[in-house]
Design a protein around this ligand. Structure first.
Ligand code: PMP
Length: 388
C-alpha cells in the first residue's frame, strides 16, 4: 500500500532540515572534526545529574503539574529577576516545556491564525519558518546583512510590516551569526514594534553566552514585557541539550492558552529533567560562568584564525557560532561544506540552510575543544589556500 498520499499537504511541503543531511554524511566518515552541531561539548555539570538521580531514588517518577513543578517555576522566576530584572509570576506567567523548541511551537500555535504574517529575521535558526507554516501562518523574512554585522535594523522591520503582520520572532544572540544586539539597538526595534502593535517572540536561549557587553533581555525594555513571549531553556548555557528542557514566560492569558495546548499534547516536561534543572537554577551559576569563559577563549581563537586564513569573519558577540564569508573561494556554501568534508574531514554547515542572506557563509560551531579547533583551522587553511 502506498501511504504517501495520506501525508498532509502542509507536512509534505516542509523541507527537511539541511543540517541533518550533513550530519548523516559526516557520520559515515572517519576522523571528522565537527564544527557542525549546535550543542555544547561539555557534559551536564555533575550536581545537576546527581539531583536527577536523587529524585528518581526518592520515587519522583510521576507526571508533574502541566506547567511544570512549581518549585522549578519559582526558581526560574528568581533567576529571571536576578539576572535580567524581569518580574514573572511563577503561578501564571511561566510554563516549563520540552526544550525551547516546544516553547516556540506552543507560542506560535497559540497566537497564529490562518493568514497571519510572522516576521522572521534571517539568517535564522532553522525551525522558525517551518513552525510558523505549521501553525498556519505566513513567514515573512527579513534579510540582515554582513555589512551591518547581521544586525537587524528598525527600518527593515518597518518595511516588512503589512496589515496582516501579527508577530516578530527575535533571537538574541543569534543562531547562526552569533550577532548580539545591545540595549540601544533593542530600544530602537521596540519603538517600531510598539508603534505597529506587534507581538514579540523573543528567543533568548543564548542569553548567558555573551562575551563583550552586558545582556539586555528584550521584555525588560520599557513597555515590551506586556507584548513579549520570552523563550529560553537549559540546553545551551547549562549544557543540557539531551534533557529537553526549556520554558516560556509572558502575559498570563497567553501562557494559560499555551498551557492548554501543552496539557493535551505533552502533559508536562520530563520529571527527572525538571529536577536537574531545579539544581541548575539553584546552584548552577559557577558552572555556567566557567563554560562561558571557555567559549569566549574559543571564540577569540576561531575568529582570529578564520580571518588569518582569509575567511572574513566579524566578531560574534554571543552564542557559540562563527559565520565567516566564503565568497572569496568562489564556491557556494553547499559546495564549500561538501568539499571541505570530503577533502579535509571538517564538518561545517552551509549558510544557505539558514535562509535568505546565508548564502556565501558557513556556520562553524566553536563548542569544541581548542585542540580540535586548532586542528580544524589547519585543515581549513589547507583547503582554502588551494582555492584563493
Ligand atoms: N532556539 C535557538 C536559537 C536554537 O539555536 C536552538 C537549538 N539549536 C533552540 C531554540 C532549541 O533548543 P532546545 O534544545 O531547548 O529545544
Amino acid at each position: 500500500m502506498k501511504t504517501t498520499s495520506y501525508i498532509s499537504r502542509q507536512v509534505e511541503n516542509l523541507k527537511p532540515s539541511g543540517i541533518r543531511r550533513f550530519f548523516d554524511l559526516a557520520a559515515q566518515m572517519d576522523d571528522v572534526i565537527s564544527l557542525g552541531v549546535g550543542e555544547p561539548d561539555f557534559v551536564t555539570p555533575w550536581n545537576f545529574i546527581e539531583q536527577s538521580f536523587h529524585a528518581l531514588e526518592q520515587g519522583y517518577t510521576s507526571y508533574t503539574e502541566n506547567a511544570g513543578m512549581i518549585e522549578l517555576r519559582e526558581e526560574i522566576s528568581n533567576y529571571l529577576s536576578g539576572s535580567f530584572q524581569l518580574d514573572y509570576d511563577p503561578n501564571e506567567q511561566l510554563v516549563v516545556t520540552v526544550g525551547a523548541s516546544q516553547a516556540i511551537d506552543l507560542a506560535l500555535r497559540t497566537v497564529v491564525e490562518p493568514g497571519d504574517e510572522v516576521i522572521v529575521v534571517e539568517p535564522s535558526f532553522v525551525a522558525y519558518v517551518p513552525i510558523v507554516s505549521l501553525a498556519g501562518g505566513t513567514p515573512v523574512t527579513i534579510q540582515t546583512k554582513a555589512e551591518d554585522d547581521f544586525k537587524l535594523k528598525p527600518e527593515q522591520v518597518k518595511e516588512a510590516i503589512t496589515p496582516k503582520t501579527k508577530a516578530i520572532m527575535l533571537c538574541n544572540p543569534n543562531n547562526p551569526t552569533g550577532t548580539f544586539l545591545n540595549k540601544e539597538e533593542l530600544q530602537q526595534l521596540a519603538k517600531v514594534i510598539e508603534k505597529n502593535d506587534l507581538l514579540v517572540l523573543s528567543d533568548e536561549i543564548y542569553a548567558e553566552l555573551t562575551y563583550d557587553d552586558n545582556y539586555t533581555s528584550f521584555p525588560s525594555i520599557e513597555k515590551m514585557k506586556e507584548r513579549t513571549i520570552l523563550i529560553s531553556g537549559f540546553s545551551k548555557a547549562f549544557a543540557m541539550t539531551g534533557w529537553r528542557l526549556g520554558y516560556a514566560a509572558g502575559p498570563a492569558d497567553i501562557i494559560a492558552a499555551m498551557v492548554k495546548i501543552h496539557q493535551y499534547t505533552m502533559m508536562c516536561a520530563p520529571t527527572m529533567a525538571q529536577h536537574a534543572a531545579l539544581e541548575a537554577m539553584k546552584n548552577g551559576r559557577q558552572s555556567v560562568q566557567e563554560m562561558t569563559e571557555s567559549y569566549k577563549q574559543r571564540r577569540n581563537f576561531i575568529v582570529s584564525s578564520l580571518n588569518e586564513i582569509g575567511l572574513s569573519c566579524p566578531n560574534p558577540g554571543g552564542a557559540f557560532y562563527a559565520f565567516p564569508s566564503i565568497k572569496e573561494t568562489g564556491l557556494s556554501s553547499a559546495e564549500f561544506a561538501e568539499q571541505l568534508l570530503q577533502e579535509e574531514q571538517v564538518a561545517v554547515v552551509p549558510g544557505e540552510v539558514f535562509g535568505s542572506g546565508g548564502e556565501g557563509y558557513v556556520r562553524c560551531s566553536y563548542a569544541t575543544s581548542i585542540k580540535q579547533l586548532d586542528e580544524a583551522m589547519e585543515r581549513m587553511k589547507r583547503f582554502v589556500e588551494k582555492r584563493l
